[in-house]
Design a binder for this molecule. Structure first.
Ligand code: PGA
Length: 227
């Protein structure tokens, strides 16, 4: 059985009270997570301490990190500040590339900060030129990083990309980066996830909307158990 990663991204959702409810519901189900499934959850910075207080069999990720080191950068959260708390960081999500004009150069700086702090970067891409930029400036990226392929038209639209198209992209990414793990994200639900799990080229999934309720997030884990 191949190792599958299921990465949830809460985006800008959930109050502290709502996050607490999610954690207690998830805690009850968590003993049934199969050993070949790695669950990574990326809540907001404000929820991080709640997750650190409980013992869940999941890895914690963040949705972003500063391109700067610790110091006089008001409002930023540096990789050094979160090292030891978070194991993964999402970098260059298409919502940040579009809304906050995050460029490949900024993405590459953020990957360097993660590497300095021994945090695994998960770089979100929607096109091969973004992969090429990463491979050119950080040729060793595949050794420690992951790629989350998310076509913007599939994100939050209810219309996932076709598995054949994702396979094609995953193949091209793997040809450019040795050792890389490639996840797919964009409107993944327990109902449509199977072809992505079954592909030899796809190493897991990234989910936004379906990570917000424990029922749907756990539904994705259960589908992996049935493989
Ligand atoms: P979605 O989001 O699952 O809500 O489509 C995916 C993502 O942006 O990571």
């Amino acid at each position: 059985m191949k190792q599958l990663t299921i990465l949830g991204n809460w985006k800008a959702n959930k109050t502290v009270a709502e996050a607490r409810e999610w954690i207690s519901a998830f805690l009850e189900l968590s003993p049934t997570i199969p050993p070949y499934v790695s669950v990574v959850l990326c809540p907001s910075f404000i929820h991080l301490s709640l997750f650190l207080e409980v013992s869940l069999p999941i890895s914690l990720g963040l949705q972003d990190v500063s391109a700067y080191p610790s110091g006089a950068y008001t409002g930023e959260v540096s990789s050094t500040m979160v090292s030891g708390s978070a194991s993964y960081v999402l970098i260059g999500h298409s919502e940040r590339r579009t809304n906050l004009h995050e460029t490949d150069a900024v993405v590459i700086e953020k990957v360097h900060r993660c590497q300095d702090s021994h945090i695994r970067p998960v770089v979100c891409v929607s096109a091969l030129d973004q992969v090429n930029a990463l491979a050119t400036f950080i040729p060793s990226f595949g050794e420690t990083g992951m790629i989350l392929y998310e076509p913007p038209s599939a994100i939050g639209s209810g219309k996932p990309a076709l598995p054949e198209e994702v396979n094609e992209m995953a193949k091209s990414i793997k040809e450019r980066m040795s050792g890389i793990s490639v996840l797919y994200g964009g409107s993944v639900t327990p109902e449509n996830v199977l072809p992505f799990y079954q592909s030899d080229l796809i190493d897991g999934i990234g989910v936004g909307g379906a990570s917000l309720s424990v029922d749907s997030f756990f539904g994705l884990i259960q589908k992996a158990s049935s493989l």
